[in-house]
Ligand binder design. Sequence first.
Ligand code: ACM
Ligand code: ZN
Length: 685
Amino acid sequence: MRKRVKTLAMSLVLTFAVATPQGKASAQGILPKPQSYAPAKGTFHTRGRQVRVENRVGDIARNIYSEPWMAVSKGGARQVMIFDRLSPKSIAGLTLKDGAEAEAYQLHVSPDTILIRAASADGFRLAWATVRQLTTKKGVACCDVVDAPAYKWRSMMLDVSRHFRSIEFLKRQIDAMARYKFNRLHLHLTDAAGWRIEIKRYPRLTNLAAWRPYATWQEWTDNGGKYVEEGTPGAYGGYYTQDQLRELVSYAADRGITIVPEIEMPGHSEEVLAAYPELSCSHEPYKDSDMCPGSVATYDFMENVLLEVMDIFPSEYIHVGGDEAVMKAWDNCLLCQRMMKELHTDKAGLQAHLITHFGNFLNAHGRRLVGWDEVIASRLAPNTTVMVWRETDLARKAIEHGYDVVLSPGDYCYIDRYQDAPITQPTAMGGYLTLKKMYDYVPGDDLTADERRHITGLQANLWAEYIPSDEQMEYMFWPRAMAIAEIGWNGAEKKDYADFHRRALAECDTVRAMGIHAFDLRHEIGERKESFTPVKHKARGCRVTYNTPLHPKYTAGGEQALVDGVRGGWTYADKRWQGFTGTEGWCLDVTIDMGSIQKLHEVSAVFMQSLGPWIYYPTKYRVSLSEDGKTFTQVYSQDQPQRDPCRVGYRTQAWHGSRKARYVRVQGSCDTEFGWLFTDEIVVR
Ligand code: ACM
Ligand code: ZN
């Protein structure tokens, strides 16, 4: 037994000794925070020491990462490291959540003993992640830890379609994710911008649909979104061979991480339809975005693809996407129409039929379906997991259907949004999602305790439309992934952001030492400073008449919000900006009644631009004044038919002058089909 442990330890030294640097760990610095941690005096010294390893559990410790000081097990050493079996019943004082047994562990470190008790290889590996964080140059800090996860699905999603990522990049993230006790990596392998997985039966997916003539997603979409043959000079893209993916799966598994592959259907499939146009309703490339769910060819194709996918990925769950199908081409497709008639259903029902088919197909092959929350409409087996990315109310709906839920709501988990003052950051999707906002997320806070039992996990998503490089991807990923790690492991009951922030700062140094380009949390600027201080002005509390409607989703708390003295932050999503839309005439048109005729010197308003969510500065802007509310005199006008090239910005439009008036009218126009206009406090002085 001892010999086996020694051999094992030595081979692991070769494999893993450089995988994670020893940071300046402090006993108080574990991230994610353990459920129970009691520091003790002293250190289990490792420098130049002989440590006897006693494995009382046999094979179960096989995947433990090792350290050079563990390689000696001759006996006679004063210090001992013991691996022992934990029966979940014996875990002191900790109530385990359903399914948490395998990942639970107990750890005791005293100056001469490290005792790790766990019920499975996963438990030992996770205990070892804690030991690593307790390790300083001297040794392992003494303590007692009793620990188990709050959620059994702790995951990050990487979009490798919009911009292709190297295998080395993926391995770096896996190394760091293992340190923070993640257990799944979801790879978004297919989307319009490129198919990234070799499928031997369908070579056009990778010798055409993985390549494009423009390196950035933005240039590519601006220039028609076409693909080019592999090998075309200047072609951008790439794909993972099946051998590369198998090796990656094994690399991740050694670190306790299951890779969940996502193969999108039926929407987000432009690249598939360019390579195999017969799978679209029109049978023409570059016309439709969804596969034809009325055609048997689609089912054959996807089954064949999934067979190869399942052969590469042992994951119990296979993600089939299911989100955002446009369904437009289905209206005029004879096959789609025929199938809807046969099934007595509509387009949503047709999509549900397709997803149900693939749920059954995966089940028949011993796998389970996971999909975005659009799959709720399907008739799937109760072993399905739904990833809720839109309104959290959909979690309740999924649970009513008997499905498990992984929460991934945009407002808290979409890390393609800006993590700091947008004007200081590389281009992102828009929004403003700080480490703190993610940390403050309480999963399922609107659900009952019974419903919450179906929340099996938490995931953050990194969509990559605006992320051309590995470095920028890491910048968006870290440290925000740590917030998901913390909630996913420790739960959301005992929040203390100051403590988490302190630990995250130290861990940023550690991930940097691992070669990761993390965001500079130490120099975070934070929220828009104007939003902290109420602004005093003459129109505060005055009556506002909306000559065109305010969008009901973006009222900022009601009509009065435009003159309440409270200014918005960096994002419209903070519910402090009012939103207007509509291409006809003025989309913003309000009149403020000042109550009496007064001498006015200034009327100003701030507008936001954020190109990701189609928010633009007004193309036309007017301020008019009136004494009687009937006859208005225009005092300020500005026309800007050209869009500002900057992606995100905040612009003040102000009239300055001197006039008597009681009524102030402010007008702005949108002038694009999808466009939005967001404004905040209208200040009158
Ligand atoms: C999604 O963001 N469309 C899942
Ligand atoms: Zn069709």
